[in-house]
Design a protein around this ligand. Structure first.
Ligand code: SF4
Length: 361
C-alpha cells in the first residue's frame, strides 16, 4: 500500500452517499429507466463492485457517465496491521480531504465483525480513550461509514471467504460517537440493512454510545432491532464525570431512564461496556454500585480490561482485581462477560483507535 494523498477529485458525487431513492432520482434525471437503480444498487451492495467496469449489464455509455459524474470509492487504505494471532486486522484510511480514520475487522469462528468509525476524531474527550485525546475534526458522511464495511467485505470476498455474506456483524464502536452524527449513522444503517442490497439483519448491528440521551431516545423510536451498547465505565456521577465528561450534561439518572425507555420500546437487552481501570473503578464496592444501578434492567455487562494508551496515566486492572470485581457482579446476579480483547497488540482494541500514520508493509 502506498502512503499519500487520496487522489479522488472532490467535485464528483460519491455514490455511497446516496440513499436508494436518491440514486433512483439521479438516474431518472439522466433519463434512465427505473430498473437501472436496482441494477446499480445490486452491483454496489450485493456484488461489491469496486469498479464501474464490473457492472457488465449496464450500457457502456452509462458506465462512462457514472465514472465521469460519480465516485465508487472515496477512501484509500494507507496501511494495515494484523494482530499476532491473525484474528484482527486494522486499516488506516485516507479520506478525500486527506483526513484519516481507522477501522477494524475481527474474525471469530462463525463471524466476521467490522468495527467502524463515524467521525474523524471525537469531541467527547473520555480520559482513557486515544480517539478522545486527539480532538474532533469532522463527521463522516453516510457513504464514508458504509465504505468501511464494503472494503472488508470485498477483501473477504476476494479471499473466497463466505462469498454470499462476507460480513456478519457491524459494530459502530470505532472512532467518534455515532449518535453525535445521527443522520449519517442512521442512513448508513438503512443502507446496510436494505433488503435489495447488503441486507444485513438489524440485530447484527450494534451502535455504541457514550450516553447521549437524546440520541438514545431517538433511536428507540426508529422501530428496529439494532443493538445498543453504552460505554458506562462508572456507576456514580462523581467518578463518571471524571472519566466520561459528557456525564456532566447527561448524568446517570437521565441516562438510565433513557436506557429503560429503549428496552421498553425495543424489548432488546442493552450492553454496558465497563473498562476496568486499576485503582479507579475496579473495587468490589464499585461492583456493588454497578449492580444497584442496573437493578431490574434487561442488560448485560461486558467487562473489558482497559487497553493501555501510550500517553495515558490510566492502567489496566490486574487479573486478581478483575476476577474479584466479576465475582461481586455474579453474587448480585448481574449478567456479565469478561471480554477477551482482540487486537490490543496492534492498538485495535476499544479506545485505542486514533489518527496516526501506521508503518506500512
Ligand atoms: S470513548 Fe467514544 S465517546 Fe469517548 S472519546 Fe473515545 S470515541 Fe469519543
Amino acid at each position: 500500500m502506498r502512503p499519500g494523498r487520496n487522489p479522488e477529485p472532490l467535485g464528483k458525487t460519491p455514490l455511497l452517499d446516496l440513499t436508494y431513492e436518491q440514486l433512483n432520482g439521479l438516474l431518472a434525471s439522466w433519463g434512465e429507466p427505473a430498473y437501472r437503480a436496482d441494477q446499480i444498487w445490486g452491483w454496489l451492495y450485493r456484488s461489491l463492485a469496486a469498479d464501474f467496469e464490473e457492472m457488465t449489464n449496464l450500457p457502456r455509455e452509462l458506465r462512462e457517465r457514472l465514472a465521469e459524474a460519480t465516485l465508487l470509492r472515496t477512501m484509500e487504505p494507507l496501511g494495515e496491521r494484523v494482530s499476532a494471532d491473525g484474528f484482527t486486522r486494522k486499516v488506516l484510511f485516507a479520506l478525500r480531504d486527506d483526513q484519516t480514520i481507522e477501522s477494524v475487522l475481527m474474525h471469530y469462528e462463525q463471524r466476521h465483525t467490522t468495527c467502524i468509525s463515524t467521525q474523524v476524531g471525537c469531541p467527547f474527550g473520555c480520559v482513557f480513550c486515544a480517539t478522545g485525546q486527539s480532538g474532533f475534526v469532522r463527521n463522516l458522511t453516510p457513504g464514508e461509514i458504509v465504505e468501511q464495511v464494503l472494503y472488508f467485505a470485498r477483501q473477504l470476498k476476494d479471499q473466497g471467504r463466505r462469498t454470499n455474506r462476507p460480513i456478519t456483524n457491524v459494530v459502530f464502536m470505532g472512532m467518534g460517537e455515532p449518535l453525535a452524527n445521527y443522520e449519517a449513522t442512521w442512513q448508513a444503517v438503512e443502507t446496510l440493512t436494505h433488503h435489495e442490497g447488503f441486507n444485513l439483519g438489524a440485530r447484527r448491528i450494534t451502535i455504541s454510545t457514550v450516553g447521549l440521551v437524546t440520541g438514545i431516545r431517538r433511536l428507540a423510536e426508529e422501530g428496529t432491532q439494532i443493538g445498543l451498547a453504552i460505554s458506562l465505565h462508572a456507576a456514580t456521577d462523581e467518578l463518571r464525570d471524571e472519566l466520561v465528561p459528557i456525564n456532566r450534561r447527561y448524568p446517570l439518572t437521565h441516562l438510565m431512564a433513557a436506557c429503560r425507555h429503549y428496552v421498553e420500546r425495543t424489548r432488546r437487552r442493552i450492553s454496558f461496556e465497563y473498562a476496568l481501570i486499576h485503582g479507579i473503578n475496579d473495587s468490589p464496592e464499585q461492583a456493588r454500585q454497578l449492580a444497584r444501578l442496573l437493578d431490574g434492567l434487561l442488560c448485560h455487562v461486558n467487562l473489558i480490561p482497559l487497553n493501555p494508551v501510550p500517553e495515558s496515566l490510566y492502567q489496566p486492572s490486574p487479573q486478581g482485581r478483575i476476577l474479584a470485581f466479576q465475582a461481586e457482579l455474579n453474587r448480585w446476579k448481574v449478567s456479565n462477560t469478561l471480554r477477551v480483547e482482540r487486537g490490543a497488540d496492534i492498538q485495535a482494541g476499544c479506545g485505542q483507535l486514533r489518527c496516526q500514520r501506521m508503518p506500512t508493509g
